[in-house]
Design a protein around this ligand. Sequence first.
Ligand SMILES: NC(=O)c1ccc[n+]([C@@H]2O[C@H](COP(=O)([O-])OP(=O)(O)OC[C@H]3O[C@@H](n4cnc5c(N)ncnc54)[C@H](O)[C@@H]3O)[C@@H](O)[C@H]2O)c1
Length: 313
Amino acid sequence: MSNIKKVAVIGTGVIGVGWIIRFLAHNKIVYAFDKNINLKKKIILEIKRTWPYVKKLFNKKKLNLKNFYFFSSIEETLKNADFIQECAIENYELKIELLKKIGNYAKSKSIISSSSSGLLPTRIYSKCNNPERGIIGHPFNPVYLLPAVEIVPGKKTSIKNLDIAKKFYKSISMNPIMVKNELPGYLSDRLQEALWREGLHIINEGYATTEELDRAIEDGPGLRWSLMGTFLTFHLAGGQTGMKHMLEQFGPALKLPWTKLKAPKLSKKLSSRLISGTKKQAKGKSIQQISNIRDEYLVDLQRLRKKYENKIR
Ligand SMILES: NC(=O)c1ccc[n+]([C@@H]2O[C@H](COP(=O)([O-])OP(=O)(O)OC[C@H]3O[C@@H](n4cnc5c(N)ncnc54)[C@H](O)[C@@H]3O)[C@@H](O)[C@H]2O)c1
């Protein structure tokens, strides 16, 4: 159980709004701030767009927008919050200064959690007072539907605060992944980034389009991944003796040039292949239309997964 009721969200872009929606769905009082002080209307539109999916996934009856406050002052936003989710853009200098400011205005015992995708917490909290309350709470887009959150400690984070954060995220229907020690990119983005970089090489060298590479995941590994990750999947790839035979058979392939890993240069040519490729894949549909399809699918998929995940975990 978590006693935390009042939460603040700093930075209300894609991820900040996602957190706002998840918090509201779990009856939290949400105070929000963005350096662009004109975002309130846009946020409310997004809350309303996503509500049918959120309502279905969490069996909620009604949306209580009265619990949502958007302030034009960061001081006002932070003063009553017990948990703060920082969601400004991914940049060391910006986060160091912003977290220093948050530390100054927040209550001294409030937990501060950064949504960073891979920056080191010890560094981003280096100017924040009471750094024992600073953690990473790295979510996945769309935050209002996906349960994963990576909790990463900095060198000064206290165990007690990690535990409070874990309980809090569980109370909003998330499955926290406790990362033992900080590492750049944490766990999930290390894996995602390897796939992304490999894809960039393949597109850069002209072997496939963005659509062909997406198909290569969607129809194969992607279907398996929502139930079991790479390691358990490869255990099955080894037949009756599992991973042992898998390693005997595919171990030698580790020496073949099957990966380039170091990212290619993001040249104009490569960027335009990525942009025109994904535009073609969208087939004229807007980001909002595609998001609706994705959200409906993710709700149905998670309902299906519930039937099977207890058997495998
Ligand atoms: N987009 C993703 O898929 C994703 C997934 C997981 C984590 N994240 C992480 O979440 C964070 C936010 O990413 P995003 O995709 O929502 O970015 P975004 O660009 O959509 O939104 C960032 C918001 O922060 C605001 N902002 C910038 N500086 C600020 C400041 N000093 N004070 C207050 N507001 C400020 C901007 O005005 C903007 O509204 C990043 O750290 C990112 O790495 C992103």
